[in-house]
Design a protein around this ligand. Structure first.
Ligand code: NDP
Ligand code: MG
Length: 397
């Protein structure tokens, strides 16, 4: 007797915001490897329409978002897109892409907090949300999580450490977890003597030892602000108290998290340092199918080391832990000031060590309270960016 045929599940239709970036490129590899599972139906970037045109052609995407007005005009007039292309411009365009009727899941991988309103719109429209842009949860975690609860849509972490925690927690209740420990590579300067940090250049900061990522997050890794942002991200995603979210240095970036349960046992999640693993988990959940890349090879000697974070070396990590404890608008102020300071550093207008001074000063002068609405948080974000810009000018090179 012939074996009954098992119908394959319908392909998930994906909108990818930030398609031309580092996460975007890894996502395209996952989609290309799994044409039976995933279909790309919408893409967006800030201004790189040339790359969007080649993605649209390769994946036959009709819905295209170009945020920047001039680039959007060039894209329309270029003739590089098919005649059936529908263009979406500006923030409204990102929102309309995030709520496309034909989309099942939206992956937000736009650097910074620009993806906040598209992410909220996607949830409100009942789309599942795969979230790479951690800054969104740091700015407005309370409101994003409330939107996810209200819609019943699922919010899936893409950040590798959080995807790892999510995987470890799959069969466990929240009350069974004592703490989660995110691993940190230590970034570009983990082995530099502290005295040399005063002279580092953007080019030095952009040389990450293990990961290939966009410039903002690579600088955040060098200051360990990235791990600080991730603690706050974890607090929201997994509904934990500040003291339950911790981090440890782990130079190989192979173990992405440790989850400790109340009985004292721990689970760790291991995979090579490539974002295709967490992206595939987030997009295909609950399906688990072969990955894009080779798994860890155990035929050669390798070791995993763990050591505590030295907070005197990484002031932005200490500040992130403090703002996580403080709560209210403190994480939003931290995030806004960090974004402004990192942009100034990348622009060669601010010394590396001044990034943490800008954040500390902005935290001192910013407005601290428990926000009752998203608009209150957004007002604090705008105000904090202003304070941080003034501080950057004071400390400019
Ligand atoms: P990149 O700098 O490599 O890419 C950023 C992407 O966002 C580009 O596609 C860019 O388009 C697009 N973009 C920027 N501004 C806008 C806008 N206003 N509207 C639409 N698109 C925009 O960043 P990453 O991929 O490294 O990071 C993206 C997010 O993912 C960040 O929040 C980061 O923290 C998070 N993340 C990244 C990881 C990584 O491995 N890279 C790991 C974990 C989290 P354009 O090319 O036109 O400028
Ligand atoms: Mg991470």
């Amino acid at each position: 007797m012939a074996a009954p045929t098992v119908p394959s599940p319908r392909r998930k239709r994906l909108v990818l915001l930030g398609a031309t970036g580092s996460i975007g490129r890894s996502t395209l590899r996952v989609i290309a490897a799994h044409p039976d599972h995933l279909e790309l139906v919408g893409i967006a970037a800030h201004g790189n329409w040339q790359q969007l045109a080649s993605i649209a052609a390769e994946f036959r995407v009709r819905q295209v978002g170009v945020f920047d007005e001039r680039a959007a005009r060039e894209a329309r007039e270029s003739g590089a897109f098919g005649p059936e292309t529908v263009f979406h411009g500006g923030l409204d365009g990102l929102v309309s892409l995030a709520t496309l009727a034909e989309a099942d899941i939206v992956l937000v991988a736009v650097v910074g907090t620009t993806g906040l309103s598209p992410a909220l719109a996607a949830l409100a429209a009942g789309k599942d949300l795969a979230l790479a842009s951690k800054e969104i949860l740091v700015l407005a975690g309370k409101f994003v999580m409330a939107a996810a609860r209200a819609s019943g849509a699922s919010l899936r972490p893409v950040d590798s450490e959080h995807a790892a925690v999510w995987q470890c927690l799959q069969d466990h209740r929240g009350t069974e977890v004592r703490r989660i420990i995110l691993t940190a590579s230590g970034g570009a300067f983990r082995d530099w003597p502290v005295e040399r940090l005063a002279e580092v250049t953007p080019a030095d900061a952009l040389k990450h030892p293990n990961w290939s990522m966009g410039p903002k997050i690579t600088v955040d890794s060098a200051t360990l602000a990235n791990k600080g942002l991730e603690l706050i991200e974890a607090q929201w995603l997994f509904n934990l108290r500040a003291e339950q979210c911790q981090a440890v240095l782990h130079s190989q970036s192979i173990a992405h998290c440790l989850v400790e349960f109340v009985d004292g046992t721990m689970l760790a999640q291991l995979s090579p340092p490539s974002m295709t693993f967490p992206i595939q988990r987030a997009l295909l959940h609950p399906q688990v199918v072969p990955g894009v890349e080779s798994p860890l090879g155990l035929d050669k000697v390798f070791s995993l080391d763990f050591r505590p974070v030295d907070e005197s070396r990484f002031p932005l990590f200490r500040l992130a832990r403090e703002v996580m404890q403080t709560g209210g608008t403190a994480p939003a102020i931290y995030n806004a000031a960090n974004e402004v300071a990192v942009a100034a550093f990348l622009d060669q207008k601010l010394p590396f060590l001044a990034i943490s001074s800008v954040v500390e000063h902005t935290l001192r002068d910013g407005s601290h309270f428990e926000p009752a609405s998203l608009s209150e948080v957004l007002a604090v974000d705008t105000e904090s960016r202003e304070i941080a810009r003034r501080m950057c000018n004071k400390l400019a090179r």
